[in-house]
Design a protein around this ligand. Structure first.
Ligand code: TRP
Length: 339
């Protein structure tokens, strides 16, 4: 099949605990992207296996995440929505790409370095999959001849690695893979912690006051924003400057994302007001936004047979597409059955 629109691939790890950072950095853009791209939205359950804190059962969190996708406006008639483990081609290509990836380039991945440091601080053992994680991402992306991958700044390096792996393979075997490009939006690619705005908002943060979860109840959201770190500039002035005013800039990014207003326009509207008043505006907008999202989420989440139907149809469609790429690769490598 020939597609007139460029192909876009995106994924998040399944979690019933998605954060406002996940929404703003990633899922917020998905519904609009459906008009300009041929979109594949994946739930990366195999990636989630790298986190082995306790025994895990991913079924519930996969269904939770699927409900979020739909609540964020992803339309199964326009896009392919699927669960990574339902499409076994991902695991197969993963191994092949392992053979085209270098140990030294994986060691350079910032996300791995950070995770390794966190884990070793807690004297936990880190598994090999955490190291190989970006190769599975490369498989996800390359199976569909993806042109664009919308990513936050922290994931850009993984898309670059994907390009390197694809290029290495192509230079030996011909033009099998399309080289993907990262798609990064100017603001809101990375939402920071509320109390420590120099670090990314993360669902695994031990201090839950750093994080707004999409399913947080509205009263706790108000408290978290009220406690968010600002700064002590006198007189208090609201402007965007990540290094001088990380807290205020983060709140501006949040407000801009949920109101769909440009930061410069917001800054004009907010001229001359105090921090407390600014926070009240953020709380009001965020409360309205989250109540609406949560209602839609709950409607989908209560209809499991519909969710399973979407996942089934998505698996069939993505298997068809990915099998074509995988077959080409098997042919090139001589991995062909003799029977
Ligand atoms: N690693 C991504 C995350 O944790 C999820 C992911 C898996 C992904 N495969 C991908 C993102 C491919 C972009 C492209 O958010």
């Amino acid at each position: 099949m020939i597609f007139s629109k460029p192909i876009l691939f995106s994924a998040v790890q399944p979690s019933g605990n998605l954060t406002l950072g996940n929404y703003i950095g990633t899922m917020r853009h998905w519904s609009k992207m459906q008009n300009n791209y041929e979109c594949l939205y994946c739930i990366a359950d195999l990636h989630a296996l790298t986190i082995q804190e306790n025994k895990i059962d991913l079924k519930k969190s996969v269904l939770d995440t699927l409900s979020f996708y739909l609540a964020c406006g992803v339309d199964p008639n326009k896009s392919i929505i699927f669960i990574q483990s339902h499409v076994y081609q991902h695991s197969q290509l993963n191994w092949i790409l392992n053979c085209f990836s270098q140990f030294s380039e994986l060691l350079r991945m910032t996300q791995f370095k950070i995770k390794r440091k966190i884990e070793s601080d807690c004297t936990k053992k880190i598994n090999a999959a955490l190291f190989n994680y970006p190769i599975l991402m490369a498989a996800d992306i390359l199976l569909y001849q993806t042109n664009f991958v919308p990513v936050g700044r922290d994931q850009k390096q993984h898309v670059e690695l994907t390009r390197n792996i694809a290029h290495r393979f192509n230079s030996l075997y011909g033009n099998i893979f399309t080289l993907p490009k990262p798609l990064i939006t100017q603001y809101g690619s990375k939402i920071m912690s509320l109390l420590e705005p120099h670090k990314k908002m993360s669902k695994s943060d031990v201090n839950k006051n750093n994080v707004i979860f999409l399913l947080d109840d509205i009263s706790s959201v108000a408290l978290k924003i009220q406690h968010a770190l600002t700064d002590s500039e006198m007189p208090s002035k609201i402007y965007y400057d990540i290094s001088k005013k990380p807290g205020i800039s983060n709140l501006l990014e949040i407000l801009s994302a949920i109101t769909n207003k440009d930061i410069n326009i917001l800054l004009k509207e907010l001229e001359g007001i105090m921090y407390a008043e600014f926070k009240k505006i953020v709380v009001d907008c965020l409360s309205k936004f989250l109540s609406k999202l949560q209602k839609s989420y709950n409607d989908y989440r209560h209809d499991e047979s519909y969710l399973k139907k979407i996942a089934y149809e998505g698996a069939i469609k993505s298997q068809l597409r990915s099998q074509k790429t995988l077959k080409d690769i098997h042919d090139k490598l001589g991995l062909i059955p003799f029977f």
